[in-house]
Design a protein around this ligand. Structure first.
Ligand code: HEC
Length: 280
């Protein structure tokens, strides 16, 4: 089907895609495959022989869906052709923060050792993993357990060497609190904004901590396109979204496309006010 960026309607319109070859295997949008490896080793169970590992660098631009990817999947194959659905082979590289600026590790390369071990490289912190297997080679495919859902900050599920400094950038630095709001609202708003609570999607367009990204403006500049900088007007823009952006190519859906309650919207508005007034 035709993607909305190319004139599609989000599900039905086929357009110029009608005369293109269909996919032989499909993976979620914007996971960003960075490497593909045909497994030719003998160490892993036979179910893996002749199949493909794919390293997904992880998410960007998935709003209104949550950020994801940051994993290595295995695509089973028969005679060189995909056979069956892919499974997550190794997951949890990002740690608690699923937003590109905050991910602890991002798979970017794959290689196979002469002994059949699989190597996975990460281009965020330069780590290399070596994955070996020492069991029964008749063992079937088994998906990796989903990484624990971390409702809290990245820190709580932190990898041993710590997380990207961006992930907790505002911690310890106290933000101003807008008149009529509370500290707790600003703190909750920060977590929603950066995708650590309530399925917030804001950072996927506005960048980590609202510092701006290709899809949406910097909210810390103190310059406003829609709101007048007051808490109430910021809350209104967030609740209604921006159907026709003035300077960016695609709209902001109401509440950023997430299912935020009124109190979530109030909290994230307090946070946006705070980052927009931090040097005032
Ligand atoms: C799909 C991308 C996208 C998402 C997700 C998104 N925004 Fe936006 N946001 C935009 C765009 C685009 C604009 C308008 C820019 C323009 O007019 O050129 C905007 C504008 C705004 C404004 C108005 C700024 C001003 O200058 O007055 C605020 C406030 C805002 N967003 C906050 C949020 C918050 C909070 C969230 C999360 C609940 C969020 N946005 C999620 C894309 C997004």
């Amino acid at each position: 089907m035709l993607a909305p960026e190319y004139g599609g309607d989000g599900g039905k319109k086929v357009g110029v895609c009608a005369d293109k070859q269909g996919p032989i295997a499909a993976f979620p949008a914007h996971w960003a495959p960075n490497a593909l490896l045909a497994y030719r080793g003998g160490q892993f169970p036979t179910a893996y022989h002749g199949g493909f590992f794919i390293a997904f660098h992880g998410s960007w631009d998935r709003a209104p869906f949550p950020q994801s990817g940051y994993n290595v999947v295995f695509q089973p194959a028969k005679n060189g052709k995909p056979a069956g659905d892919f499974i997550a082979f190794a997951d949890g590289f990002a740690g608690g923060a699923k937003e590109p600026g905050g991910a602890a590790h991002r798979p970017s390369g794959l290689a196979q050792g002469p002994d059949g071990a699989l190597y996975v490289s990460d281009d965020t912190n330069g780590r290399i993993w070596r994955i070996t297997y020492h069991g029964d080679i008749a063992q079937g495919l088994e998906a990796a357990p989903a990484p624990a859902q971390t409702a809290g900050r990245a820190k709580e599920a932190g990898p041993p060497e710590g997380v990207n400094p961006e992930a907790g950038a505002l911690e310890g630095k106290s933000l101003p609190v807008p008149p009529g709001a509370t500290d707790a609202q600003v703190a909750l708003g920060e977590r929603i904004f950066n995708g650590h609570a309530a399925g917030g999607t804001c950072a996927s367009c506005h960048g980590a901590n609202g510092k701006g990204a290709p899809l949406a403006p910097d909210l810390t500049s103190g310059k406003w396109l829609w709101s007048d900088g007051s808490l109430e007007s910021i809350r209104e823009v967030i609740a209604q979204g921006v159907a026709k952006p003035k300077e960016y190519r695609s709209p902001m859906p109401p509440k950023g496309g997430a299912q935020l309650s009124d109190s979530d919207v109030a909290a994230v508005a307090a946070y946006v006010w705070a980052i927009g007034h931090q040097n005032k």
